[in-house]
Design a protein around this ligand. Structure first.
Ligand code: NAD
Ligand code: 89V
Length: 342
């Protein structure tokens, strides 16, 4: 198996997880790094032993010609960097949120399709092992046809100290975190046809909304509620656990606090402990997300080698991003928004 040579753009807060995961995965090596911030670039280069360092992405890609590029910058830079990769014929992974607007996202997908290069969005929450197991149990079919779902993320964890930009944007929780929960809803219940949204800002120190409640109509006929909050103080802080409820005609599934799965069907109720492993480089409470980074990056390597479209391809992610856009549109008017109109 030929070793794949990757390059990383963006040496910030989250990229360390991506670098650790690349180091764990066989058959791949990050051969070059890029960041506009020389200090961050140097720190990442030294910590991960990567001597090829650039402050200009185009120079890095032209000089090193990697097999793929991993874009770990924030959303405003994504379109230019993905289009750059496409223009050089280099397959790209792009962090979420894929783009600030649907127009940008569609242009990025079109650019990669024209160039014939694979494009995956690093939409990793559906790759969390408890969510994978939940989907497998749902697929067993013993709860019958699902008629209701809930994907819930409620916390008061201080996300602002590690990611200060989260407090500054006009949009916050739906664009940053709700996007993951909406993607999980799509992963479990299929695409949505309409969304109705209510938003609020509870924390006076931030600019955007930190609470959102969304009702989704799914094409498959069921409804789901996707709710998220960074203003919810609980007896037990659950960050970053996503809780899930699914009711079917013959039973129900719950993914509860502490990664506890309960399945009730004709055979009675059974439980599973779905606690994710603590990888050698991971730290609580982030270990659930950190494991999903490893799993999505492994998926990328497999799809790149096999010439398959990744599950969270740019094309697929347009549906998740459309839900985000529709949520903001609907929160302004109070009315349901049809996804076909986004
Ligand atoms: P950050 O601001 O800490 O890091 C981004 C880095 O990119 C900075 O060092 C910046 O200098 C660099 N950069 C920006 N534009 C550049 C360009 N054109 N060329 C070179 N370098 C450039 O941000 P972060 O917190 O690491 O977040 C990065 C992305 O990861 C965001 O989109 C965020 O939403 C996402 N994120 C995802 C998860 C997840 O679980 N998938 C978790 C946290 C953050
Ligand atoms: O996963 C994320 O996208 C992060 C956080 C968990 C803080 O919302 O930004």
């Amino acid at each position: 198996m030929n070793e794949l040579r990757g390059a990383l753009i963006g040496c910030g807060f989250f990229a360390r997880n991506q670098m650790n995961a690349w180091r764990d995965l066989p058959g791949v090596r990050i051969v070059a790094l890029c960041d506009r911030d020389a200090g961050r670039l140097q720190a990442m280069g030294e910590d991960f032993g990567v001597p090829a360092r650039f402050t200009d992405a185009e120079a890095m890609l032209r000089e090193t010609r990697p097999d793929f590029v991993d874009i770990a910058t924030t959303a405003p830079s994504h379109r230019a960097l993905v289009e750059l990769a496409a223009s050089l014929g280099i397959p790209a992974i792009c962090q979420k949120p894929f783009a600030p607007t649907m127009a940008d996202a569609r242009a990025m997908v079109a650019a990669c399709e024209r160039a014939g290069v694979p494009l995956m969005v690093h939409e990793n929450f559906r790759w969390q092992s408890p969510i994978r197991r939940l989907r497998a149990v749902l697929d067993e079919g013993t709860i019958g046809t699902p008629f209701f779902g809930r994907v819930s993320f409620r916390s008061a964890f201080d996300v602002y100290s590690g990611q200060p930009y989260l407090a500054e944007g006009e949009r916050f929780i739906v664009e940053d975190l709700g996007i993951h929960a909406l993607d999980i809803a799509r992963f479990l219940f299929g695409d949505a046809t309409a969304i109705t949204t209510r938003m609020a800002r509870v924390n006076p120190l931030i600019r955007g909304e930190d609470v959102a409640t969304m009702l989704l109509d799914h094409a498959a006929g069921l409804h789901s509620v996707v709710d998220c909050s960074y203003a919810t103080r609980l007896e037990e802080e659950l960050f970053p656990q996503t809780l899930v409820e699914i009711d079917g005609a013959l039973g129900s599934i719950r993914l509860g606090p502490g990664y506890r799965l309960s399945v009730t069907d004709a055979a009675g109720t059974r439980h599973e402990d779905l606690s994710p492993p603590l990888l050698a480089w991971a730290s609580r409470p982030w270990h659930n997300i950190q494991e999903s980074v490893l799993l999505i990056q492994r998926h990328w390597l497999e799809t790149l080698r096999d010439g398959r479209e990744p599950d969270t391809s740019g094309r697929d992610n347009l549906q998740t991003l459309a839900l985000v856009e529709a949520a903001y549109q609907g929160a302004r008017t109070g009315l349901p928004v049809a996804l076909a109109d986004v």
